[in-house]
Design a protein around this ligand. Structure first.
Ligand code: ADP
Length: 547
């Protein structure tokens, strides 16, 4: 027997139509290169998104064409998220912080027909332009007065282009499995790989992300996504927050600037924000040095890399902000797990709650998790057994753009059993809290033991005189590999190598204590804010432990 329900397709444009009708006066506030505080309403946003859809059609873009964006978090980028996808084209967000040759590769691989770029990114496009094979036009996200002077052909001014367009446009309805967006994983090895999101996956992901035990998003919220819109849909916040009718605050190119973030939080009364741990570190350092407050900020979500316990504690105890740690990946839209307590856990001592916040969280409905050993046997959720973390669900990739979608194929991330292999190694405790112990390729194999580089880093970073730490495995004649710790000290720190080893001996298994500590001024990070272990392994490739 068939269900007798409408086959309404899950469309990104439906979020926009709902938002415009139900929250016409809700605000979107942005920092842009040409305006320190731009503000407009959902009504303006919806109208301009329709004008954008008309502009694309008039430029000659067609259903299914890839439209690149190289832009920060602001209202114009938001219009692209909706206007491009809503009209059946594919919004291809590109991370401007990647290496130029990677950006070049990505644009050509996706065959972007048009690209929308922030003024600040124009010099990069000028340099790459001769090598971009599919581009038919470049639209600069600014007004006439701030248009950069350029010799490039087919360059348009976004505001001029929009001003010429009719604001009437009927959002088409089509198969919800149609591609709406694309994002390439930065890939620490080999070329970046394209993940293609669909309207359906994006909407289901937005619903799940807004649930009370996920981010608890509502129209009472003021959401500030600091996590960039040029990577993994800014964790879905541009969809979820508009779906619920929240006010949006977008920090534009100032997303790593503690002073701007504090000012936006205080003046716009931001209640929810999200960013990678380094962003929270930058904000906390600014708060501590300026004495300023973030009283409105109830919740800060963090992900992308393990969140040092110190950040969770400082936000909680010094600023009364609750940290929600989440885990996910580009291939997962990205939401996989998020911190949430189970009934009865609210009464746990604060220390124990912090322990749970420092884990990667519990799965949200829509994502199935399992850990498996080398023979793909499922391991128990006992908080001890660790293995390859695998996932399944409607917003998880079946494969990469232009590569095999056949489970088990060499270039497909989905194993023959139909589960996507995340490349992470994890434990899951009996309450369902998942804890990443490492990336498969970063695990340190010493003697017969597997040592988690993240566990060593977290232990080291819990010392107040250590600003950041990275652990990598280096060759050892007896043990195959031993951990080497590379440390950035906090300003004014007086720690010696021996002090650090002694500190770690009290906190780690004997075999996990690094054999040596190297001090450095700065650690390398990837374009998405993770420690760049590959670069570190390269830098220390000739390192030898003293025998
Ligand atoms: P990239 O494009 O650099 O691969 P992703 O955002 O897709 O970036 O990275 C996903 C990976 O980031 C995960 O597989 C995991 O290793 C790591 N990661 C994400 N969130 C967390 C977290 N909360 N704690 C530890 N690692 C995390």
């Amino acid at each position: 027997m068939k269900g007798l329900m409408m086959k309404t397709q899950l469309m990104i444009s439906s979020i926009l139509r709902h938002a415009e009708k139900n929250y016409p006066n809700q605000e979107i506030v942005s920092v842009t290169a040409d305006n320190p505080r731009h503000r407009y309403t959902y009504t303006d946003f919806a109208r301009r998104s329709r004008q954008l859809a008309n502009a694309l059609t008039n430029l000659g873009a067609k259903f299914g064409d890839r439209i690149g964006t190289l832009a920060w978090n602001d209202y114009r980028h938001l219009e692209l998220y909706y206007g491009v996808s809503g009209s059946g084209m594919v919004c291809h967000m590109i991370n401007p912080k990647l290496f130029p040759e990677q950006i070049n590769y990505i644009i050509n691989h996706a065959q972007d027909k048009f690209i929308f770029v922030d003024v600040l990114v124009m010099p990069l496009i000028e340099a790459l332009h001769p090598h971009l094979t599919s581009l038919e036009g470049i639209i600069v996200l600014t007004g006439k007065d701030t248009m950069p002077i350029t010799e490039l052909p087919n360059v348009y001014c976004y505001e001029e282009l929009l001003a010429e367009q009719d604001d009437d446009y009927d959002w088409p309805e089509f198969d919800e499995n149609t591609a709406c967006g694309m994002c390439y994983t930065s890939g620490t090895t080999g070329n970046p790989k394209g993940v293609v999101y669909s309207h359906r996956s994006t909407l289901l992901h937005a619903y799940a992300g807004a649930l009370p035990d996920a981010t608890n998003a509502s129209n009472r919220d003021v959401c500030m996504p600091i996590v960039p819109m040029f990577h993994v849909n800014a964790w879905g916040i541009p969809y979820a927050s508009i779906m619920v009718g929240a006010k949006l605050v977008m920090p534009g190119p100032k997303m790593a600037d503690g002073e701007t973030l504090q000012n936006l939080i205080e003046t716009e009364k931001v209640s929810y924000s999200s960013g990678v741990p380094t962003i929270w570190m930058a904000l906390l350092d600014y708060l501590d040095s300026s004495g300023k407050k973030i009283d409105s900020l109830e919740t800060a979500s963090t992900g992308g890399a393990a969140c040092p316990r110190g950040i969770i504690e400082r936000l909680k105890f010094d600023y009364n902000t609750r940290v929600l740690q989440g885990w996910g990946m580009t291939e997962m839209s990205p939401l996989g797990t998020l911190f949430s307590l189970k009934p009865g856990m609210e009464d746990l001592p604060e220390e124990k709650i912090t322990d749970l916040q420092a884990k990667q969280g519990r799965t949200v409905f829509g994502v199935e998790l399992k850990i498996a050993d080398d023979n793909n046997n499922e391991l128990p959720w006992d908080g001890v057994a660790f293995g390859a973390l695998k996932v399944k669900g409607p917003w998880i990739a079946t494969g990469y753009y232009g590569m095999s979608q056949e489970p088990g194929a060499d270039d497909c991330p989905v194993d023959a059993d139909g589960w996507l292999n995340t490349g992470d190694v994890a434990t899951i405790d009996p309450d369902g809290f998942m804890q990443i112990t490492d990336r498969t390729k970063d695990v340190i194999k010493t003697g017969g033991e597997w040592v988690s580089s993240i566990e060593i880093e977290n232990a080291a970073a819990s010392h107040e005189q250590i600003a950041e730490a990275a652990a990598i495995g280096r060759y050892h004649p007896k043990w195959t590999e031993r951990p080497l710790l590379i440390v950035v000290l906090s300003p004014g720190a007086t720690l010696s190598k021996e002090d650090i080893i002694e500190y770690l001996q009290a906190r780690l298994h004997k075999w996990s204590v690094p054999d040596d500590v190297i001090f450095t001024e700065e650690l390398p990070h990837t374009a998405t804010g993770k420690l760049n272990k590959l670069a570190l392994r390269q830098t220390y490739k000739d390192y030898e432990f003293a025998s």
